[in-house]
Design a protein around this ligand. Structure first.
Ligand code: CP
Ligand code: NVA
Length: 302
C-alpha cells in the first residue's frame, strides 16, 4: 500500500492511525522511546526540495521503531543526472522496504510508485502533503476532542497542504472553508473528490466573516517551494490573508491556530499569533513524529 494522496486512506484507516499515534505519543511522554517493531526494515527518504520536519520526523521515527533510515538528496543520486524514475524505483525496491519522496511534481511520486514494489509515501508534492494532514488531524482531535463537525478555516494560499487537509476533512466529517483571493483556490480535482464524499468545500474571500465561526484557523506560506519566482506577486495578492491579532480577535476564544511550518513571520502569520496561547503550531510539528510512526507501522508491520 502507498500513501500518495490522503484519499488513499479510508476513514477507518485514518482513525486507526490517529489512535495508534496517540498511544505512541503517550508512551514516549512516559519515557519509552526504543521499540523493535521495525527491526531489520529500512526506509529511504528522497528529497528533491528542502525539509526540516519531514526529514527529522521520519528519521527519528524509524530509529525509535528499531528500523534503519537512509536520507538522500535527489541531486546526489543519478536521478539528478537524468537516470529514469522507473529504473531508480526498481533499484530502490531491491534494497529498502519503503521509500518516502518529496518531489516538485506529484506525477513523479506516482510514477515512482508505479514501478516500485515497496510502499511509497508522499513527503510533499505540488498537489498534496498527506503526512502533514495525519499530524493535523491528530492535533485537531487532541484539542477539540472530536473531528466530525469541527469547523476549519484555511486562510491564504489554497496549496498542497490545504488540498490534503480538504481530503482529511472530507474523510473525517469536518467542515472546511478556504478563504483566499481569486486565483489561489485549492485544486479542483481535490475539491471535486471531497464533494463526491459529501464534503462541500466553501470558498470565501473575506477572512473576518469566516474566522468568527471557526474552531481552527490554519495558514501556510504564501510562497511554496518552487514558486519563488512569483514571490512579489504572491505577497501583493495575499497580503490581506494573514493570521493577525485583528483576525484572531473576531474568532472564538478557544480557536486553535495551526500552521504546518516553516513560517514566514510577518507574511501569512504574525509573531504574536504564532506564539499566542491559542497556537498549537509546535505541538502540530511534534505530532508529525507520532503520526508517521503510526503510518510506518501500518505500512511495514501490520
Ligand atoms: N511541514 C513540513 O513538511 O515541514 P518541512 O518542509 O520542514 O519538512
Ligand atoms: N506549502 C509549503 C509547505 C511546506 C511544508 C510548500 O510546499 O513549500
Amino acid at each position: 500500500m502507498n500513501l500518495i494522496s490522503i484519499f488513499d486512506l479510508s476513514h477507518a484507516e485514518i482513525e486507526a492511525i490517529i489512535e495508534k499515534a496517540e498511544e505512541l505519543k503517550k508512551e514516549r511522554r512516559e519515557g519509552v522511546r526504543a521499540r523493535n517493531d521495525l527491526e531489520g526494515k529500512t526506509l529511504a527518504l528522497i528529497f528533491e526540495k528542502p525539509s526540516t520536519r519531514t526529514r527529522l520526523s521520519f528519521e527519528v521515527a524509524m530509529r525509535e521503531l528499531g528500523g534503519d533510515v537512509i536520507s538522500l538528496n535527489w541531486h546526489e543520486l543519478q536521478l539528478g543526472r537524468g537516470e529514469g524514475i522507473r529504473e531508480t524505483a526498481k533499484v530502490f525496491s531491491a534494497y529498502v522496504d519503503a521509500v518516502m519522496i518529496r518531489a516538485y511534481l506529484h506525477s513523479t511520486i506516482e510514477e515512482f510508485a508505479k514501478y516500485a514494489s515497496t510502499p511509497v509515501i508522499n513527503g510533499l508534492s505540488d498537489l498534496e502533503h498527506p503526512c502533514q494532514t495525519l499530524a493535523d488531524l491528530m492535533t485537531i482531535k487532541e484539542h477539540k476532542k472530536k473531528l466530525a463537525g469541527v469547523k476549519v478555516a484555511w486562510v491564504g494560499d489554497g496549496n498542497n497542504v490545504c488540498n490534503s487537509l480538504i481530503g482529511g476533512a472530507a474523510m473525517t466529517g469536518m467542515d472546511i472553508c478556504v478563504v483566499c483571493p481569486k486565483g489561489y483556490e485549492p485544486a479542483k480535482v481535490i475539491v471535486e473528490k471531497a464533494k463526491e464524499m459529501g464534503c462541500e468545500v466553501v470558498i470565501r474571500n473575506n477572512a473576518e466573516e469566516v474566522a468568527a465561526d471557526a474552531d481552527v484557523l490554519y495558514t501556510d506560506v504564501w510562497v511554496s517551494m518552487g514558486e519563488e519566482e512569483e514571490r512579489e506577486k504572491r505577497k501583493r495578492d495575499l497580503k490581506n490573508y494573514q493570521l493577525s491579532e485583528n483576525l484572531v480577535q473576531v474568532a472564538k476564544e478557544d480557536v486553535i491556530i495551526m500552521h504546518c511550518m516553516p513560517v514566514h513571520i510577518g507574511e501569512e502569520i504574525t509573531e504574536h499569533v504564532m506564539n499566542s496561547a491559542n497556537s498549537v503550531i509546535f505541538e502540530q510539528a511534534e505530532n508529525r513524529l507520532h503520526a508517521q510512526k503510526a503510518l510506518l507501522l501500518k505500512l511495514l508491520k501490520y
